[in-house]
Design a protein around this ligand. Structure first.
Ligand code: B1M
Length: 209
């Protein structure tokens, strides 16, 4: 049953995923197993296929819809069972930048990796980021930028977080013009060349802390 849930996510079947989750819960499978061995296992495989070039953006988007449909059924059971995400990520596209397709993929992969994700959207100011980090006790912050003119806002955000948050959450950055060299230069904790790698990196950084 759990394997079938994972398969439904991998195949982007947004009808089968919630149906199978309902059936699994009816057979008294623990909500935690349905989450980790079913939905998140499926999304992890989707991330791998995307990273290895076997899946493209449309497949990831339909898989995300299937996962969300399954999660909608599962969420109240998780709450009742006291299952909470282990880590919280705040994510956004930096100030002045309205591109959000890549950022949304990263948010999906982070959810698939078991994070609670606070998505602040686009054109996010450092002040808004810092307020969300404080409110939600973020472990990691994800910043996306698609314009060479908005890349510098990443450094501004990092410096402002360093000044106002102690300890500052780990920061990962990504987006078409971003490189590892740029991440090193501005003092980010890591760079994700794609959404799946970004989510894996976020997980690794949280484990280290
Ligand atoms: Co714009 N745009 N755009 N655009 N746009 C680019 C980025 C551009 C390269 C096109 C070009 O000229 N060839 C160019 C930037 C040039 C530059 O800076 N050097 C550009 C420009 C100039 C502009 C405007 C200024 C155009 C204008 O108005 N004159 C304007 C700016 C608006 C603004 O932001 N203030 C603008 C507007 C738009 C639209 C609104 C029309 C639309 C955005 C719609 C939306 O996002 N909702 C748009 C689009 C679609 C693009 C292109 C065509 C596609 C971007 C995209 O979504 N790619 C883009 C050209 C291109 O990149 N080929 C372009 C798919 C997406 C999945 O990839 O976001 O790179 P990407 O994400 C990847 C990785 O980078 C990584 O994961 C994803 C894949 O797994 N990743 C992360 C991303 N964020 C990450 C964060 C992480 C980790 C990984 O950790 C946190």
């Amino acid at each position: 049953m759990l394997e079938r849930i994972a398969e439904a996510v991998i195949g982007g079947d947004e009808v089968a995923a919630p149906t199978l989750v309902t059936q699994a819960l009816a057979t008294e499978l623990p909500a935690r197993d349905v989450l980790y061995e079913g939905l998140l296992k499926g999304m992890t495989e989707v991330g791998r296929r995307f990273r290895d070039g076997e899946y493209f953006i449309p497949e990831v988007l339909v898989a995300a819809e299937a996962m969300k449909a399954g999660m909608a059924v599962l969420k109240p059971y998780l709450a009742r069972a006291g299952v909470k995400p282990e880590h919280t990520a705040v994510i956004g596209t930096v100030r002045g930048d309205l591109h959000d397709i890549g950022k949304n993929l990263v948010a999906t992969m982070l959810e698939g990796a078991g994070f609670e994700v606070i998505d602040l959207g686009v054109d996010v100011s450092p002040e808004k980021l810092i307020a969300a980090c404080r409110d939600r006790k973020a472990d990691v912050v994800g910043l996306s930028a698609l314009l060479t003119t908005t890349m510098p806002m990443m450094e501004v955000a990092i410096r402002q977080m360093e000044a106002e948050l102690s300890p500052r959450p780990a920061v990962i950055i990504g987006g078409a013009p971003i490189t590892q060299e740029y991440a090193d230069k501005i003092g980010a904790d890591g760079y994700g060349p794609d959404a799946a790698t970004g989510a894996e990196l976020a997980k690794r950084l949280c484990r280290k802390r």
